[in-house]
Design a binder for this molecule. Structure first.
Ligand SMILES: Nc1nc2c(ncn2[C@@H]2O[C@H](COP(=O)(O)OP(=O)(O)O)[C@@H](O)[C@H]2O)c(=O)[nH]1
Ligand SMILES: [Mg+2]
Length: 460
């Protein structure tokens, strides 16, 4: 059914080695024409040292290692061959060109993993985990992706599916029997499992925020009035001179972002233009940009200069961010204080900690700030950290639909004389959405597979 595909599976450019992969019915036949010496009866999963050569000119192209994998026991589930050549851009391209000349087709992005899914080697959540694993940028991201790849989420969804299929079968039997002899319907047998499914579904939906943070990281934004020391803090947290620091108010205009890892979580730290009364047009543009950034922040660090009295701008600023996750930071602790931590907390009715940046200007001690961010992250991610979670928007959307159908199913099932056909329809829908998560069934017209596999690179 499928043509044999070939692609470079390592990044283009020069490196130690490059790996060219082939998958499909003709994979072994094609490499037999370009690898020598061809073993008499080749073993699978054995690495053969030899030469990749051009069958027309008979000239050797590269010294390579070749391994063959049989269908049913390879990543894609098809016959596969891997050619480990020297990591040059030219030789690997030449090898690919010769494979294409012998009939291999160019592999679209994600095609190997797509075939693995279509051949039942992975389900859709596991295929998505492969993409997450490749893109992981932190310890937590890696752990989350590996758990999903191992099938943690698939198992959980499959258990929900077993339960829903059982209920559906019971309702359908009931529909048949009612038509004949009017057998009594057992509500408790229906409502108990439905409630349990609802709990599981909400557990997964609740885990989305945590799953996103673990896998994709969190955006942390420094905000505050001009000149309080935001840029100094960014530099201190990054331990490098990244942002311009000056006594001139309005120095920072554009948003400066840089990656950082705290408590195993990937952080994108951003410094913004201070919010207040803009002195010039450019400063006003910077402030507008800050506001947009604040909307997307996963955590806002609101910085105060303890040597300057609090005023209306501070109240305005606080009102703006108070519904977002935030921490208060007190800076310039080497200067005479005009207010205390307690006064700050009282003014804004803020229950959280006030983190002191001790001499941020000289990068001396920002441990309180780092610890504060770390405990915030832990409070967001630690709960049930060993349980199954979701981190993909697609899963969240499907489970939201499941949750709606479950709500309606419970109402229908609780009726004194339930409308069994309608209940069956809700259960069908739930089953369909759950099957779409693992990819066992889905609406082909939605182009789901194209969307999922286009996130991959060529050769994966
Ligand atoms: N005395 C003192 N000055 C600081 C401290 N942190 C920053 N500054 C100074 O405050 C001014 C404004 O700092 P900057 O980081 O540019 O503030 P931003 O406008 O909030 O980004 C600069 O002159 C800094 O050197 C501090 O802890 N103590
Ligand atoms: Mg600044």
């Amino acid at each position: 059914m499928n043509e044999t595909i070939a692609a470079l599976s390592t990044p283009p450019g020069s490196g130690g080695i490059a790996i060219v992969r082939l998958s499909g019915l003709q994979a072994h036949v094609i490499v037999e024409q370009v690898f020598r010496p061809w073993p008499k009866s080749p073993d699978f999963f054995h690495l053969y040292l030899g030469y990749f050569y051009d069958p027309v000119t008979q000239r050797n192209i590269d010294q390579v290692l070749l391994t063959l994998m049989p269908s049913g026991r390879s990543y894609t589930g098809e016959a596969m061959a891997e050619i480990h050549c020297h990591g040059g851009a030219y030789n690997s391209k030449k090898i690919l060109t010769l494979l294409f000349a012998l009939g291999a087709a160019v592999a679209p992005p994600g095609e190997f993993t797509k075939r693995a899914y279509l051949n039942g080697r992975l389900d859709l959540t596991q295929a998505e985990a492969v993409a997450s694993l490749i893109n992981a940028e932190s310890e937590a991201g890696l752990v989350a992706a590996t758990a999903q790849l191992a099938g943690g989420l698939s198992d959980f969804i499959n258990k929900m599916l077993t339960s829903i299929s059982r209920l559906l079968a019971a309702v359908e039997v009931e529909i048949d029997l009612l038509a004949e002899e009017g057998v009594n319907y057992s509500q408790t047998e229906m409502l108990g499992p439905l409630a349990e499914l609802g709990k599981q579904c909400h557990g997964l939906l609740d885990s989305y925020q945590r799953g996103r943070i673990l896998q994709a990281g969190i955006k942390v934004v420094l905000a505050g009035r001009p000149n309080v020391g935001k840029s100094s803090l960014l530099n201190a947290l990054l331990a490098e001179d990244r942002a311009l620091v000056s006594t001139i108010s309005g120095t920072t205009r554009d948003v400066i972002s840089a990656p950082l890892e705290i408590a195993g979580i990937k952080i994108e730290l951003s410094d913004t233009a201070g919010l207040g009364q803009p002195q010039a047009e450019l400063e006003a543009l910077g402030m507008a940009r800050t506001e947009r950034w604040l909307e997307q922040a996963g955590l806002i660090l609101l910085v105060f200069d303890q040597s300057r009295a609090l005023n209306d701008f501070d109240d305005e600023l606080y009102a703006k961010i108070k519904d977002k996750p935030h921490l208060l930071l007190l800076n310039k602790d080497d200067l005479e204080p005009l207010f205390t931590e307690a006064q700050l907390q009282e003014r804004f009715s803020y229950q959280g900690p006030v983190l002191r940046c001790i001499g941020a200007r000289d990068r001396t001690d920002i441990t309180q700030v780092i610890d504060g961010i770390a405990s915030f992250i832990k409070s967001q991610t630690a709960v049930f950290s060993d349980s199954v979670m979701i981190s993909q928007q697609r899963h969240f959307d499907l489970l939201s639909k499941v949750s709606e159908n479950l709500g309606r199913a419970v109402v229908l099932a609780a009726e004194a004389e339930p409308l069994l056909d309608m209940l069956a329809e809700e259960l069908h829908q739930i089953r369909f959405h759950l099957l779409a998560i693992t990819g066992q069934e889905h609406d082909a017209s939605e182009g789901l597979l194209d969307i999922v596999f286009s996130q991959f690179c060529v050769g994966k």
